[in-house]
Design a protein around this ligand. Structure first.
Ligand code: COI
Length: 312
């Protein structure tokens, strides 16, 4: 399939941000990538077009029944002007797993990656180079068929937008504060917790707002069945260093299988440090903090990178 490109004209070009003062998620580049799908026809019309509003039917099924999935990955520009993507195939494999979980079509990973690369090359001047900055890549898919019966849509739009970013948390790389949530839950086993779907994030907002009112940056979710075992933070997977063991919550089905999480586990193993993916109760963490064996706590995520936790 050929990828069409319609370049933004001079009136559509957007002002580039000050790289020394980049936040997360407010500024978008000159173009976006789009591709459509229809049952029986498959994916068609991949295109790079000027960034702008979509037009979708008010009965589009994504709006009513939440068929939406997304990914987050980053591009970096090196001093010698090469562009690097961090493990993009892993994000695209997860994109397809999320799609399958919501009865949405899969993409061809090789082709979609090629579309992404061509799109990033089109907007490569937007990749920031200052320390701590990158180009955040947000692929997403929404159900676009106009229909109000509850069933999978027959039409989809897959798109990618790009966003030059700095640190995700207002603390930058200083330690963040985390509220251990014992009332609300993010996901349960058998649900959609391990898929990257918009609904998981919508469901987390109320607890996050309440945590913010109490002065915490993020929420640490416990398991839905017992409110006892550590799951994740929603924007990042969690790690605790207890004595000489690095512990990550296991991927039980309700936790997002983070790509940064996987990279950290592989690196720590390579360094010869003991790393366990095992159930870790909040009581074990509290005991470890009290008896001095808790040495570190940190979260990992594409947006969050590796963020130290200072207080829970
Ligand atoms: C990411 O780390 O890419 C995420 O998707 C987390 C958040 C920004 C929703």
């Amino acid at each position: 399939m050929e990828i069409r490109t319609i370049k933004a004209d001079s009136g559509q070009l957007r002002p580039k941000p000050d790289q020394s003062n980049l936040a997360f998620g407010d500024i978008f580049t000159d173009h976006m990538f789009m591709m459509d799908y229809e049952t029986g026809k498959g994916w068609f019309d991949p295109r790079i077009v000027p960034y702008g509003d979509f037009c979708i039917d008010p009965a589009a099924m994504a709006i009513h029944y939440g068929q939406e999935i997304f990914e987050g990955l980053k591009a970096y520009r090196s001093k010698d002007d090469h562009i690097y993507l961090f493990r993009p195939e892993e994000n695209l494999k997860r994109f397809n797993r999320s799609a399958s979980r919501l009865c949405m079509p899969n993409v061809d990973i090789g082709f979609f990656l090629e579309c992404m690369k061509q799109f990033i090359r089109t907007d490569k001047d937007w990749i920031p180079q200052n320390d701590g900055t990158s180009l955040y890549i947000r692929p997403a898919m929404i159900a676009t068929e106009a229909h109000l019966g509850v069933r999978p849509s027959n039409k989809y739009l897959c798109f990618i937008i790009l966003c030059p970013v700095g640190a995700y948390y207002k603390e930058g790389l200083d330690p963040v504060t985390i509220y251990v949530e014992d009332k609300y839950v993010r996901a349960s086993i058998g649900g959609t917790g391990e898929a990257k779907v918009a609904g998981n994030y919508a469901a987390s907002l109320l607890a996050a707002e309440k945590a913010k009112e109490k002065g915490f940056t993020q929420v640490l979710w416990l398991d839905a069945a017992e409110r006892k075992y550590i799951e994740e933070v929603g924007t990042m997977n969690m790690f605790f260093v207890i004595d000489d063991e690095v512990v990550a919550a296991p991927l039980t089905g309700s936790v997002l299988p983070g790509i940064t999480r996987d990279s950290v586990i592989q690196l720590v193993k390579d360094w010869g440090i003991k790393v366990s993916e095992r159930s870790l109760s909040i009581d074990e963490v509290i005991n470890a903090a009290e008896n001095g064996s808790l040495k570190e706590a940190f979260g990992t995520g594409t947006a969050a990178v590796i963020s130290p936790v200072g207080q829970m």
